[in-house]
Design a protein around this ligand. Structure first.
Ligand code: NAD
Length: 352
């Protein structure tokens, strides 16, 4: 018999598959909206403009200033564009940075959002928004920021650079690992987590071998949907707290930080959550921490925090911050043990 559980799921309308980008106009109409402001980062501006052209009079314009960690000044500029252009919904085309901007606009205007997700970070299916103001990042959870429609068109990920595909894929796997031992997990989130990890385990090596492998791109995006979904459904623990600490206080890049830490945080929790993590360990071989570390190494992922510009002297402060107000974690969060974990992750050695 399944253990007792209480489950609450977020509403989601998902369109998945090659060519689903063509559905954006119909989805705008189905939302009862007339004109969308298309959002992107400067890097994806050309793709956003191509989408706006394709939408014709269903697009009010393009705002391509999205930036990492959703700075409130950028949101203010985007809302100005949104209002000036006469938009009544947004289409966010990109990864977590662009999706964050769409959520920040929705929080302030209540506009509906369509997301065309082009990385594996998972933000498109979560009611979570991180924003920065005066260099300080705060995170909120609000059903009002959950996008109404998510489009996963693997064709748009064919150009995601291999290095980013790998780190973003490991970022997705990290959501799934923590979902397996979440206090508020349920049988469905655990199935989603294992299947999401399985898909990424199969797809990422194929993408490294051939970034244009359309089947592998589809499989990776499918896995990232499942991993993002569990991130949006259950609570996260030590791993996400450590990543927020390093990103927030030391400005380390998001996906790379997740990629480097996940073998170490999985190893930290493995003895306290052996049963919960067993299906994940079976996917990667041996113990989960060691299996993930070998997997990351084989993919050519960054392995050492020192390569992200973190100095050894920063580790004491990072361990202190991470051990303060810790998120719930299956193994007690103990400063000395976290410091030791960080040392291995800093040096790039396999988890102890
Ligand atoms: P990102 O959105 O910052 O993208 C990184 C770069 O890659 C950008 O220049 C982007 O334009 C480019 N890019 C994206 N997709 C591409 C593609 N298919 N081809 C070529 N280039 C592409 O990276 P990310 O890792 O997706 O997002 C990180 C941000 O998202 C962080 O701020 C993080 O905190 C946030 N995030 C939030 C949640 C949430 O639930 N709120 C979840 C995950 C991540």
């Amino acid at each position: 018999m399944a253990a007792p559980f209480t489950a609450t799921f977020n509403q989601a309308r998902i369109l998945f598959g090659p060519g689903t980008l063509n559905a954006v106009a119909a989805e705008i109409e189905a939302l009862g909206a007339a004109r969308a402001l298309v959002l992107s980062t400067p890097f994806q501006r050309a793709d956003a403009e191509a989408l706006a052209r394709r939408l014709g009079n269903r697009a009010s314009g393009v705002f391509s200033g999205a930036a990492m960690h959703t700075p409130v000044e950028v949101t203010a500029q985007a809302i100005e564009s949104y209002r000036a252009s006469g938009a009544d919904c947004v289409v966010a085309l990109g990864g977590g940075s662009t999706i964050g901007l769409g959520k920040a606009i929705a929080l302030r205007t209540d506009c509906p959002q369509i997301v065309v997700a082009t990385t594996y970070a998972g933000s498109e299916v979560t009611p979570i928004l991180g924003q920065t103001e005066n260099g300080l990042k705060t995170t909120l959870r609000d059903a009002g920021v959950l996008p109404e429609v998510v489009i996963y068109d693997p064709d748009l990920t064919l150009g995601l650079p291999v290095a980013m595909s790998v780190t973003s894929g490991l970022n997705a796997i990290a959501h799934a690992v923590e979902a397996l031992y979440a206090r508020d997990r349920n049988p469905v989130t655990s199935m989603q987590a294992v299947e999401g990890m399985r898909a990424l385990r199969d797809a990422l090596p194929a993408i490294v071998a051939d970034p244009g492998d359309a089947a592998a791109r589809g499989e990776a995006l499918y896995g990232s949907w499942l991993c993002g979904t569990v991130l949006g459904t259950v609570g996260m623990s030590l791993h996400h707290k450590l990543c927020h600490t390093l990103g927030g206080s030391f400005d380390t890049p998001h996906a790379e930080t997740h990629a480097i830490l996940i073998p170490h945080t999985a190893a930290y929790n493995e003895a306290a959550a052996t049963d919960e993590l067993r299906p994940a360990a079976a996917l990667f071989g041996g113990t989960l921490g060691a299996g993930l570390w070998r997997f990351a190494k084989r993919l050519g992922a960054p392995l050492a925090l020192k390569d992200l510009g973190l100095s050894e002297a920063d580790l004491d402060r990072a361990a202190g911050i991470a051990a303060q107000n810790p998120y719930w974690n299956p193994r007690p969060v103990e400063r000395g043990a976290i410091r030791a974990l960080l040392q291995d992750a800093w040096a790039g050695t396999a988890p102890a």
